[in-house]
Design a protein around this ligand. Structure first.
Ligand code: NBG
Length: 819
């Protein structure tokens, strides 16, 4: 039921914004003007909650979670805010009465792509859940001027285009020109005696950059809470260096300004791969220093003495990107605020907790000692001092085990000395967690084994989750309506209620409705694929989808091997009993990752050949949906029927796309990796297509000696597939194009595609059989959704609150739903 007064209010506020904020009359307004005007109208309602929330936290002096993350992949704000405010209907009505289309206005928004993939999106889901659970929170991150690049496809290859997300204005941020902090960089340190005769150290930086806060409100779901995400932008301390100016060095002065602003210019587009680039270390230090100075500022509004800092704040390190914060808090407490080392260390350790998001060696951050010391000379000294005390403790606990101290050291001594950020984070935190049960076990057994020997009580698991508001209620309005009709409207904030759908899996009429929803969503996605990829696909075919960053360990190329095998089989057996299938891919490759870019080309080449083949027409289609991001994923999850989660076991820390698919009723074909393990347990193994080697089997195979070429020689299907790749049949006769892939698979095959190829094919054959029985498939689909309650990010956040942060909800005073 739309609220008439609210419709009128939105119309009035919209017109007012168009006039007063944008200076436009309706006939002159562009689509972007309409988007801005509606956003400003909605912002009033957000602001009211934001101010009240701030007031409540202030009055209660609430314990606060500080979520530090170099990435927040928020996705478009307007539609999500309308959903959380409960104003979607009213806004739609208001726009239509003014002669506009709400969907067209929503489509205008450029998303803030301030993250790469799962890690950044997880941070955004967690901010959403923290607000929904009414936990006092400060999110801190970086306001990149250019977020993750836009992906274009030319001739089947990825081309990167800069993401100018701020070009048309951003109505969701409030700049705080008075919340600014100086961030020193470079230079040297010197000792001195303070007034009390104590030895102190002073950092004499080479340059100073200024951080300015930009605030973004994060709404809870219909509860009056709006938390704060504060993103830092780097500026020059003076826009002109007057001395240089007076000496006639105008360009030198401008250079310095440009240099400073560079720090927050662009997001590093590498997912799970780090290069020891100085600018990246500067970015990390910059935002963490601003965040910690801000926390101290807020704390000291009430109390000068910092001895209970850890009682006021619980800081979460989202991977090691903010781990330099451990050394920075020590510097601020000891050097700037004059606290003794031991007390400062106690506070630091009790404040921080660390989440690890990967076991991949190429993703573990290390900084060469020389570079670290050149950028952060004082922090290098602090790291050395932390390490000296830490290794003393290690030697006391494990006397005579010299190699243990070397393994645990914050400094890696081989191949040029480096600072190991995962070690700094582990030593400086009182809790360390992985992001899925399997991943947390592997952390303890492998990557952080020595730390686990030392402090088993620090370790825990918190399995990731995703917000059902954005990924179910907003993305899939048809399914949301059906679910609400069946079990009421409480599920978006209590996802376990989806269990109420279980009995309906046996209800034929309900199944028919469920199928109708999926069919309509597939028709929508078919339209998108046609428009964006130029490929026509049949909404009655099986929609088989793999969308995520392109990476060898995620094995999009294994999926392609299956597509080729299926195509060859359909050509051979014209009457094969297989459902028509549409295989969809999407995802970005890091610009410098050649193999990943070749994998994108591979998908396009195979698609071109398969889609043009009259023999298999109507039975198999392949398409790559360009520019996968939060906005573009919205029509994908609701339409998917088969979710491809096929990483090499032990490599995907958790995965979160796997959860978004299953929540929307897709069945998973997957390995025992990351959260797949727990998803399978939750939905029931009979409702999940499992294949592939386990972590243990892979270890055993490697120990025996893995020989992929033997598999090739022993399997005619595999041979045909790889031969087609090698002889140019899929690349217009160019036999060299996919050579690197074929050579890798027949050589080392580091991601074990050939070992998993047969089992994958067999599992895909089971998928075919299951899909040919629509009633059976629909039952499984309903049960998947019904049993995904525990993968709400609300459950994850509740666990962090209880086991890591020890915080409790603070309801907002006077927060009825009136606006
Ligand atoms: C990623 C993992 C994913 C996981 C997300 C969120 C990094 C370093 N890690 O499996 O690869 O779902 O983090 O935890 O990006």
């Amino acid at each position: 039921m739309t609220d008439r007064t609210m419709v009128e209010a939105v119309k009035k506020e919209f017109k007012e914004a168009l006039f007063a904020a944008l200076g436009r009359f309706p006939e002159a307004a562009t689509p972007n003007d309409r988007y801005l005007a509606l956003s400003l109208a909605v912002r009033r309602h957000v602001m009211r909650r934001w101010v009240r929330t701030g007031e409540t936290y202030w009055k209660n002096a609430s314990r606060t979670v500080c979520y530090l993350s170099a990435e927040f992949l928020l996705g478009p704000h307007l539609a999500n805010n309308l959903l959380n405010l409960g104003l979607r209907e009213e806004a739609g009505q208001a726009m239509s009465e003014l002669g506009y289309d709400l969907d067209a206005i929503l489509a205008q928004e450029e998303e803030p792509g301030l993250g790469n993939g799962g890690l950044g999106r997880l941070a955004a889901c967690y901010m959403d859940s923290l607000a929904t659970l009414q936990i006092p929170t400060l999110g801190y991150g970086i306001r990149y001027e250019f977020g993750i690049f836009d992906q274009l496809i030319r001739d089947g290859w990825q081309v990167e285009k800069t993401d100018k997300w701020l070009a048309l204005g951003n109505p969701w941020e409030t700049p705080r020109p008075e919340i600014v902090f100086d961030v020193p960089l470079g230079g040297h340190t010197e000792g001195y005696q303070d007034e009390e005769g104590r030895f102190r150290v002073r950092w004499v930086p080479e340059r100073v950059v200024r951080g300015v806060g930009y605030d973004v409100p994060i709404l809870g779901y219909r509860n009056g809470t709006a938390n704060l995400l504060r993103l830092w932008k780097a500026e020059a301390t003076e826009s002109f260096d007057f001395e240089a100016f007076n000496q006639g060095d105008y360009w030198g002065a401008v250079d310095q300004k440009v240099d400073s602003e560079n720090i927050t210019k662009v997001l590093y587009p590498n997912d799970e791969r780090v290069r020891g680039k100085q600018l990246r270390l500067e970015q990390q230090f910059f935002f963490v220093s601003c965040a910690l100075q801000d926390m101290i500022r807020i704390y000291q509004q009430r109390k000068k003495d910092l001895s209970s800092f850890h009682e006021k704040y619980a800081i979460q390190l989202n991977d090691t990107h903010p781990a330099v914060g451990v050394a920075e808090l020590m510097r601020l407490l000891v050097d700037v605020h004059g606290m003794g080392w031991d007390e400062a260390w106690e506070i630091t350790r009790r404040t921080f907790a660390y989440t690890n998001h990967t076991l991949l060696p190429e993703a573990l951050e290390k900084w060469k000692v020389e570079m670290f010391g050149a950028v952060l000379p004082r922090h290098l000294e602090i790291v050395y001092e932390i390490n000296r005390r830490f290794l003393d403790e290690v030697r006391r606990r494990f006397p005579g085990e010299g190699s243990r101290a070397a393994r645990l050291s914050l400094i890696e001594e081989t191949g040029g000395r480096s600072v190991r950020m995962a070690h700094l984070a582990s030593v400086g935190s009182h809790r360390i967690n992985g992001v899925a049960a399997l991943h947390s076990e592997l952390l303890k057994a492998d990557l952080l084994r020595d730390f686990h020997d030392l402090w088993p009580e620090k370790f825990l698991n918190v399995t990731n989750g995703v917000t059902p508001r954005r990924f179910l209620a907003l993305a899939n309005p048809r399914l949301a309506a059906l679910v609400t009709e069946a079990i009421g409207d409480g599920w978006p904030k209590d996802l376990e209620r989806l269990r109420g759908l279980e009995p309906l899996a046996e209800d034929g009429a309900f199944r028919a409705k469920w199928r109708a929803v999926k069919r309509a969503n597939k028709a929508d996605l078919a339209g998108v694929v046609q428009a964006r990829a130029g490929v026509e696909c049949d909404p009655d075919s099986l929609f088989d989808v793999q969308v995520k960053r392109i990476h060898e360990y995620k094995r999009q190329h294994l999926n392609v091997l299956h597509v080729i095998a299926l195509w060859q089989r359909l050509r051979r057996q014209k009457k094969a009993k297989a459902p028509a299938r549409t295989v969809l891919f999407g995802g970005k490759a890091a610009p410098g990752y050649r193999m990943a870019k070749l994998m994108i080309k591979l998908v396009h080449s195979v698609a071109e050949v398969v889609n043009a083949d009259s023999v298999t027409r109507g039975r198999l289609r392949v398409a790559f949906i360009p520019d996968y991001n939060v906005k573009n994923c919205m029509p994908i999850f609701p339409a998917a029927e088969l979710s491809e989660q096929i990483s090499t076991a032990g490599k995907e820390a958790s995965g979160t796309g796997n959860m978004k698919f299953a929540m929307n009723g897709a069945l998973t074909i997957g390995t025992l990796d990351g959260a797949n393990v727990e998803i399978r347990e939750a939905v029931g193994k009979e409702n999940f297509f499992l294949f592939g080697l386990t972590v243990g089997e892979i270890q055993a195979l490697r120990a025996r000696g893995y020989r992929p070429r033997d598999l090739y020689e022993g399997d005619p299907v595999l041979r045909d597939v790889l031969d087609a790749l090698a002889d140019g049949a899929l690349s217009g006769g160019d036999a060299s194009l996919f050579r690197p892939i074929v050579d890798q698979l027949l050589g080392e095959d580091p991601w074990l595609l050939l070992a998993d190829f047969r089992p994958y094919l067999e599992s895909q054959a089971e998928v075919e059989r299951a899909y040919l029985d629509p009633e059976h498939w629909t039952r499984m689909s309903i049960l998947n959704t019904a049993r995904m309650g525990r993968f709400s990010s609300d459950r994850s956040i509740a666990e962090y609150c209880r086991d890591v942060w020890r915080v409790t909800p603070v309801p907002i005073e006077g927060s009825d739903l009136e606006s």
